[in-house]
Design a protein around this ligand. Structure first.
Ligand SMILES: [Zn+2]
Length: 423
């Protein structure tokens, strides 16, 4: 339960991918991790913890082993910091019928219905210009609540029969307030107490409600962004719980932009992890082949949430591959390699589960329902590292409010601990 309690506060503080990385940086600094800059040379010592972040939304943390030399291998957990949501457009405000409205775009595969009739908050990154011309980036959260109201059933009598199918361009304007006039930047400066001139922003809407335990025995977790902050938190917690390994670099890589395809400066399709691993390789060996030799001996766990069987829609799962909540991490397989998993990777992962005495389950989608994907295949291809796709089972994936089980979060942390301890 202890890790799960901490997960709730971690999620509530991590309103956006930027906030998640900020929370991680502060936590790592407090735990004596040394910050590295990509723009500087690195002088890495044994038995030392480091982190490096990129563009505010991605971060890699690692601990060098006791024997920090050319024989060291890498055990890496990869996950993502972003979740589907609504993003503010550059020209953010409209006025219609006496309302102040926000102009938003859909970020990723949002379950749009779930964003209606929810209290929403606004937060993210502002770039300000100071009087001397310098630019300043600020992470902000605005405390005023917004809402996208549903249409009353009296004005849409067929909705329960025909379904609620909002049009993302016509029906997705959050109400900011009443009035025909508002200078958005002035309002933001007033709300945040910041000085200067706002030149640009990356602002997102998020759920105003705090995360909670649910179920009669608090066996469930009700929270936003479980996909994939739960995997971030699980690997972070494991990393914090284990000592230095003799020969293994313990590493976690958290990327932004997974929900929109990972192709960005700090997505899993970028060179962020590869460049970091090459710098580590170069600090223990002068041979150009050393990096490739090391990757072949290392292992990557792509951790992302999995689809638990839904009691009201059980037929959406293959009858023999139905992950249950509370029964441990899910091994995801797909013949067409939408997941990176192969037999060798499964065998390795099962060994770590056996050692941790944690049960595991299998997921394979129905042959007539398309399969999702993760950062696993792309990372395996880029690095040439043996890789598995796994993750904890959950319901309501990509809803504004998701659901997973308390025990699964505790169990997967035990497996990650074994993975990080292994040499
Ligand atoms: Zn995900």
């Amino acid at each position: 339960m202890n890790f799960s309690k901490d997960l709730l506060s971690f999620i509530d503080e991590s309103s956006t991918a930027f906030h998640a990385v900020d929370v991680l940086e502060k936590r790592l600094l407090a735990n004596n991790y040394i910050p590295l800059q990509e723009s500087e040379a690195w002088d890495l010592k044994p038995q030392t913890a480091y982190f490096v972040s990129r563009a505010g939304g991605a971060i890699i943390l690692f601990k060098t082993p006791n024997n920090w030399d050319s024989e060291a291998i890498y055990h890496i957990v990869g996950a993502h910091t972003d979740s589907p949501c609504l993003k503010l457009k550059n020209n953010p405000v409209s006025f219609k019928d006496g309302y102040q409205l926000l102009n938003v775009e859909v970020y990723g595969g949002v379950l749009i219905n779930s964003w209606f009739d929810k209290d929403l908050l606004l937060g993210g990154k502002l770039v300000l210009e100071n009087p001397d011309g310098s630019l300043q980036t600020e992470l902000v959260r605005i405390s005023k609540r917004l809402r996208i109201p549903r249409l009353a059933i009296h004005l849409d009598r067929e909705v329960n029969k025909k379904g609620f199918v909002p049009n993302a361009q016509e029906h997705l304007f959050p109400v900011l307030g009443l009035g025909e006039d508002l200078d958005f930047n002035t309002w933001i400066l007033q709300e945040t107490g910041l000085q200067g001139r706002i030149l640009s922003h990356d602002l997102f809407l998020f759920d105003a409600e705090a995360s909670n335990f649910g179920g009669i025995n608090e066996e469930l977790i009700y929270a936003p962004r479980l996909d994939n902050l739960a995997s971030v938190h699980a690997s972070l917690s494991a990393m914090e719980s284990v000592g230095f390994s003799d020969n293994t670099v313990q590493m976690a890589a958290y990327f932004q932009h997974e929900e929109i395809g990972s192709e960005s400066q700090n997505g899993a399709g970028s060179n962020f992890l590869e460049a970091t691993l090459k710098r580590l390789s170069q600090s223990v060996s002068d041979h150009s082949a050393h990096y490739y030799q090391t990757m072949a001996k290392s292992f990557f766990i792509s951790a992302d949430m999995a689809h638990a069987v839904h009691p009201n829609y059980a037929s959406r799962h293959d009858a023999h591959h139905k992950p249950y909540l509370g029964k441990g991490p899910v091994i995801k397989s797909n013949a067409n390699m939408r997941y990176a998993t192969d037999a060798f990777a499964i065998a390795r992962f099962k060994q770590w589960c056996h050692k941790a005495e944690v049960p595991y389950q299998d997921f394979c989608s129905r042959n007539d329902i398309g399969c999702g994907s993760t950062i696993g295949p792309m990372t395996a291809a880029k690095l040439g590292v043996p890789t598995i796709d796994i993750g904890n089972p959950m319901l309501s994936m990509h809803s504004i409010r998701e659901l997973c089980s308390t025990i699964d979060h505790e169990l997967i942390i035990e497996v990650f601990k074994e993975f990080y301890r292994a040499n």
